[in-house]
Ligand binder design. Structure first.
Ligand SMILES: C[C@](O)(CO)[C@H](O)COP(=O)(O)OP(=O)(O)OC[C@H]1O[C@@H](n2ccc(N)nc2=O)[C@H](O)[C@@H]1O
Ligand SMILES: Nc1ncnc2c1ncn2[C@@H]1O[C@H](COP(=O)(O)OP(=O)(O)OP(=O)(O)O)[C@@H](O)[C@H]1O
Length: 281
């Protein structure tokens, strides 16, 4: 059984506070791209094999989030991961993989872990794998108006960036939350997004300055809006048409950069999981 593990995009991400345990309170519009990793699962002794363009950057020992997800469900599974997404890149690769394993095992009758977020703050939203407003430290998920088709270019400049140092480099942690979700087409969504930010972006640029170059390159290539996702370093640009996105991706190919033209993922197929209820849709 093959499960998609689509790339997570924080189209907007506001940091609104910090809990006593050091985790940050977020308010984020999260969506998923039509590109991602894949996991396939077979019953059998716990094992992991990995292929794909970024296979060499992924740990294959017990620390791999695929194996940790299976273990958290008490399941024995032989897992094959195709790693198409850059690692430590702000698009949730490891969380998407773990969520895909959980979805696959749940479809085979295993129960989801009591607290999927224990493996990563992004796992609840990746389990749902549909556009949502994410709040708290990732556990509060609310529906949003349907998102329009969005032609996208994703660029990762080839420098892995771990999440904790980006949060640590924040200069403010008490920013206002997102404006009320209010869009009905691509134009109104872009207008709404332009009123939002990624509060982690300046902190990430202070650690990996090439992120600013990626954003400027997306702007120059005609992006209607260019922004970093998550804790970086991957950035996305929104374009007027799939042709414009493809042309920009061709023009923005640089040695060491991962550049892809894509779009938002279609809504999840039957079988995806709502974490609030733990039921299959
Ligand atoms: C930045 C986001 O990608 C936005 O979607 C996520 O909030 C991060 O999700 P994630 O990578 O699954 O994060 P985790 O593996 O749970 O946390 C990694 C580290 O990031 C910091 N962290 C993470 C999430 C959060 N709300 N506040 C934090 O301060 C903590 O130092 C934590 O130890
Ligand atoms: N299946 C996996 N895929 C990617 N990374 C994994 C996996 N399992 C464990 N890891 C480890 O998790 C770390 C974070 O990787 P990941 O790609 O999830 O980060 P990220 O893209 O920054 O995620 P986020 O958007 O949630 O911040 C990596 O340094 C890697 O060593």
């Amino acid at each position: 059984m093959i499960q998609p593990a689509p790339a997570k995009l924080n189209l907007a991400l506001h940091v609104t506070g910090r809990r006593a345990d050091g985790y940050h309170l977020l308010d984020s519009l999260v969506a998923f791209a039509a590109i991602g990793d894949h996991v396939s699962l077979q019953t059998g002794p716990a094992a992991l094999t990995v292929d794909g363009p970024f296979a060499e950057q992924v740990p294959t020992d017990d620390s791999n989030l695929c194996l940790r997800a299976a273990r958290a469900m008490g399941a024995e599974a032989s897992i094959h991961l195709t790693k198409n997404l850059p690692v430590a890149s702000g698009i949730g690769g490891g969380s998407a993989d773990a969520a895909a394993v959980m979805r696959g095992l749940a479809a085979q009758g295993w129960s989801l872990p009591d607290n999927p977020a224990a493996l990563g703050a992004d796992i609840p939203v990746c389990l749902a794998s549909r556009p949502l407003r994410m709040r708290g430290v990732g556990e509060r998920l609310d529906a949003v108006p349907p998102l329009p088709a969005l032609p996208l270019v994703l660029i990762n400049p080839g420098q892995p960036l771990a999440t904790p140092p980006v949060f640590a480099a924040l200069s403010r942690r008490d920013n206002p939350g997102l404006p009320d979700p209010d869009w009905h087409d691509a134009e109104s969504l872009i207008d709404w997004l332009a009123r939002c930010r990624n509060d982690l972006q300046p902190a990430a640029i202070s650690l990996v300055p090439v992120i600013a170059e990626v954003l400027a390159a997306l702007d120059r290539a005609g992006a209607r809006l260019a922004r970093m996702s998550g804790s970086g370093a991957t950035c996305f640009g929104i374009f007027d048409s799939p042709d414009a996105a493809r042309a920009a991706a061709d023009a923005l190919t640089r040695p060491g950069w991962w550049t892809v033209a894509t779009e938002l993922a279609p809504l999840p197929a039957p079988g995806y999981i709502s974490t609030k209820t733990g039921r299959k849709d």
